[in-house]
Design a protein around this ligand. Structure first.
Ligand code: GRF
Length: 196
């Protein structure tokens, strides 16, 4: 299964997926890594010898223009699946519609609880005893797509946003690796196939 991963930040989830693909038995491989800015996480692609590209959001006059360039760049790699793993940017509907349902996202909360860009902070502020991690199919909403996998993660009394996020990420990584494997081996169906 040909996978393109999109990031914005440190890419620790990307690194975990890249490490999983080192196993010859793992039925997916990352063909390229993209970012909407000069993301630190692109260094993981370089370390694994995987092509990386940036489509800098700030270089475009609109979200739609950025999205069109991003979609064209992604299409060059002919992916079977696009993974958003720490992409901190909403994709324009045209991009989602072109890629879905072969477009998934990891989110550091137990959706539909705490969607959006600050799921960890919001869970902490809400004072809940547990939050979670989720992997979903991206739709044109914000973290509203079909849930492919999710797992609860406890919130501890002295948690900070960072400590809670660091407890969530390992769960996210495991779910992501399992979901990508499931999509590759057919045990997870994504609904009607679409061609990017
Ligand atoms: C992950 O928790 C992801 O779900 C969220 O931002 C974090 C990115 O972490 N959107 P990293 O860049 O993979 O380290």
């Amino acid at each position: 299964l040909r996978v393109v991963v999109l990031i914005s930040g440190g890419g620790s989830n990307l690194r975990a997926l890249l490490e999983a693909t080192r196993d010859a038995e793992y039925p997916a491989h990352v063909v390229a890594v993209g970012a909407d800015r000069e993301a630190e996480g692109l260094a993981h692609a370089e370390a694994f010898g995987i092509p990386a590209f940036t489509v800098p959001y700030s270089s475009f006059p609109s979200r739609e223009a950025w999205g069109d360039e991003l979609l064209a760049t992604i299409a060059e790699w002919q992916p079977d699946l696009v993974v958003l793993s720490g992409l901190m940017r909403l994709l324009p509907p045209a991009v989602v519609e072109a890629l879905a349902p072969r477009l998934i996202n990891t989110h550091p909360a137990y959706l539909p609880e705490f969607p959006g860009a600050h799921g960890v902070r919001d869970a902490l502020a809400a004072g809940v005893a547990q939050t979670g991690a989720s992997v979903i199919v991206v739709d044109t909403g914000v973290d509203t797509g079909p849930i492919l996998a999710q797992e609860r993660v406890p919130v501890l009394p002295d948690d900070t946003e960072h400590s809670l996020h660091e407890r969530i990420k390992p769960v996210e990584r495991r779910l992501l690796i399992d979901v990508v494997r499931g999509i590759a081996d057919g045990s997870i169906g994504l609904g009607a196939a679409s061609t990017p």
